[in-house]
Design a protein around this ligand. Sequence first.
Ligand SMILES: NC(=O)c1ccc[n+]([C@@H]2O[C@H](COP(=O)([O-])OP(=O)(O)OC[C@H]3O[C@@H](n4cnc5c(N)ncnc54)[C@H](O)[C@@H]3O)[C@@H](O)[C@H]2O)c1
Ligand SMILES: O=P(O)(O)OC[C@@H](O)[C@@H](O)[C@H](O)[C@H](O)CO
Length: 426
Amino acid sequence: MRAVRIVHLGLGGFFRAHQAWYTGAAPGDWGIAAFTGRSAALAEALNRQQGRYTLVVRGPSADETSVQSAVTSAFAGSDLAAWRDHLARPAVAVVTLTVTEAGYRRGRDGGLDLADPEVNADVSALRSSSGRPSTVPGRLVAGLAARRDAGAGPVAVVSCDNLPGNGEATARVVRELAALADPGLAGWIDANVTFPSTMVDRITPRTTPDDVRAVAALGWDDAVPVVTEPFTEWVLSGDFPAGRPAWEAAGARFVADVTPHETRKLLLLNGGHSLLAYAGSARGHTTVAEAVADPSCRRRLDEWWDEAARHVPLPAAELVDYRAALLVRFANPRIRHTLAQIAADGSQKLPIRVLPVLRGERAAGRLPAGAIRILTAWIDHLRGVGAPVSDAGAAPYQERAGSPRDVLALLAPDLADDTDLVKALG
Ligand SMILES: NC(=O)c1ccc[n+]([C@@H]2O[C@H](COP(=O)([O-])OP(=O)(O)OC[C@H]3O[C@@H](n4cnc5c(N)ncnc54)[C@H](O)[C@@H]3O)[C@@H](O)[C@H]2O)c1
Ligand SMILES: O=P(O)(O)OC[C@@H](O)[C@@H](O)[C@H](O)[C@H](O)CO
């Protein structure tokens, strides 16, 4: 069994297809203790299999199947004692995160959302020795406090979520919460904890009962396999003060600045996904592959990509190739990536994936039809059209969904007086 040197928070499909796969493919003795974000079920199922699971890499015509073993143990996110114990181990050098955009509890300005009651409950919990923080920033602060108390030394905390500047975003919520709950800890974090930034990419839909049956048909008894696409990319920047696996052996790239790569991916891939999720589900489609095969959705996608590409600081030829590759990936008929999964948490995702392009286009005097289409399709979704709403932040937008101007005023107050834009939203 591998030695635990990485702790992961947000045990789910993507982590197992991506970071755990890179770690398994890297040389050296790097094992992962993985904690779920919320429910305990996946941790229990994985432990029954000694952490091993099947990774099905699903190409357009065939599967490649392997058994992954970088996860040595799994825990429920509620197991705070195990969480603190692992973070306090000097051998642990890296903490990775996949907890969704919503998990960071960021407010409008990108800092910790102090209007969130669970964040406030965590401030009190962290101030008391018997308190139980529940949010991701709360658990990180509790774990880092245990590490400081144990004298276990520096560590890197690596966000692998689809957030721009995900390292800085994580650092900010952790530092702000530490400053409120345990001011001495904030200084220790500054001196001992790094927050590298990453761009992560591998389309990994939620595992379905059919996926489990297909793996069983191979004679493999696995309750929790993962299905993913052949394409994978990981670009990182930043320091790892206690060491890291040589993930580059499996194709990861370490660069000085991750921003251009992250902008390319967030605007073109994730923005394109959001367009298909809202506009495609409104047209009766269920998956990305179905939606991208619809000429109307495809036209909208090209329109959006033309606008978005103007805001990605990379050579045009590179973006042409990336768009062509994305079309092949989106069209993979054997990857069942549901529009409903992508449609979730739109209030967190649109500010990241769509608003930078909308703002940039308006500043240049253009009225971008693609970006506007994503917003109108999202407003229709809030009104009950297409995929169901699954978004803890949706309520204030749903209340305003009758008036696109009011939705805009809440989503992007700086654009609310743009009369041409308001008119275009309908
Ligand atoms: N699935 C993909 O194709 C993909 C690709 C690139 C990046 N990602 C990133 O990884 C994240 C997780 O994707 P996944 O497919 O593994 O999803 P998943 O639904 O399997 O969830 C992963 C984990 O996140 C936890 N979680 C969810 N919401 C949370 C919250 N509000 N607070 C704390 N924990 C929470 C869950 O409990 C689970 O342990 C995405 O949101 C995205 O940021 C996913
Ligand atoms: O995972 P989310 O919820 O941030 O967004 C849904 C998809 O757009 C996303 O998961 C992509 O599949 C992924 O980012 C591809 O690397």
